[in-house]
Design a protein around this ligand. Structure first.
Ligand code: FES
Length: 92
């Protein structure tokens, strides 16, 4: 049996498999989008799944601009949706 980790998304507790990416954990929990585009507010989630398109940007523990497809979910992480590019000064 694999280890599990708990994190929150929009204040909802989610249980994921240890080692899963944030994107995979959100999809497994039934979420398909967690970012909106700057211009149109269109929903975005995982598209390429390999860190190239940046469609999956999400806020992790208050830091925007994290690629959900490449970021490992850790116990206690607080994940929030991201609007557009997020706050640039905190992006990486
Ligand atoms: S889905 Fe393309 S960078 Fe994450």
């Amino acid at each position: 049996m694999s280890e599990r980790v708990k994190f929150s998304f929009r204040g909802q507790e989610i249980v994921a498999e240890a080692g899963q990416s944030v994107g995979a954990a959100l999809i497994a929990a039934g979420h398909r989008s967690w970012r909106t585009t700057r211009r149109d507010g269109a929903p975005r989630g995982v598209f390429c799944g390999i860190g190239v398109c940046f469609d999956c940007l999400v806020v992790v523990n208050g830091k925007p601009g994290r690629r959900a497809c490449l970021t490992e979910v850790l116990p206690g992480d607080v994940i929030e949706p991201q609007e557009g590019a997020g706050r640039g000064e905190l992006s990486c």
